[in-house]
Design a protein around this ligand. Sequence first.
Ligand code: SAH
Ligand code: SF4
Length: 344
Amino acid sequence: MKKSFFQFTFLELQELLSSKGLNSSGANLLYNWYYKKKNAYSKEIQDIAKSTLSFINENLSFSLPKVAMVQEANDRTVKFLFELEDGNKVESVLIPFHKKYSICLSSQVGCAMKCSFCFTGKQGLKRNLKAYEIIGQFLAAWHWLKENRPGEERILNIVFMGQGEPLHNFDEVKKACDIFTSQYGTSIGHQKITISTSGYIPGLKRWKDEIPGVNLALSLHSAFDEIRNELIPINQRYPLEEVLKYIDNIPLRYKQFVTYEYLLIKDLNDGEGDARALGNLLQNRRALINLIPFNEFPGTQYKRPKEDNILNFKEILDTYSIPTLVRTTKGDDVLAACGQLNTK
Ligand code: SAH
Ligand code: SF4
């Protein structure tokens, strides 16, 4: 089987070409063609040496994940169901803001972490995605925008908040970040990429050396270990205190924050005591809190709190002077909101 072009970092592509006796400057032209200009696959590329072109055409594949289904929500959120070469499916979501988009990418087929509130977790882990499949979600969504909402094909932020625990697939996620940030290609700044984790310490340990500058979001959901253990079973193995120790060790740029995501579930973690514990935990940290009212999905026992409770929770946090946002739910009419992704 041909290897995917989208699996190669810029350096690897240069090395591949050199190792075949070809001019490594072909890497610039190819990155420019497929990532900067985002052309579709073509057998003819301007200015590139014939020998390089025939090597590429014979040995590399340029196919992208197939769009198996697209759902457009009333608020213009777009949910994609992508089919991969082996028939597995993953979802990605384009989230609009002023004719620009953020894209929420999946990093695995399913997820091994089995969080009790998460639709994806119910699937279990099927397999890791390769970097080219992560990049492929981005490019396929871009091409869909160009075709269906011409002039709006601008995806400025990337968040790893789709299916999967990104740090459980560290190598491929890291490689995808490397490709996204390459100045020869899409040239997306590190500060435009956010990786959300449930607190998978083996990945947090590698963060500062291997993906410095990328934004971190921790799915916190409770300041108490007992509640966190119930919600996020890996908390039993990687307890919160230790998770925070590793996070505190990651250097932040000027004005950079760690986002703490806090799922609000009725009568479970939405009380005043919970809000105060959260405030106390984060008040001396460079923190931004993202409150996410629970999104219900078929078969879950959890409920979303009432609007008043959500506001009350936020008001308590405001007394700690920690910037706190309530995440507005986008795309919930097509089950594209956080935690509603499940491809079974
Ligand atoms: N595995 C990573 C990233 C994917 S989940 C993580 O857990 O952080 C992205 C976010 O959606 C997480 O904060 C997760 O807790 C949240 N989420 C999961 N299920 C949800 C649900 N049913 N309602 C609202 N948010 C949910
Ligand atoms: Fe996996 Fe994140 Fe869902 Fe937990 S919340 S099961 S880590 S995708």
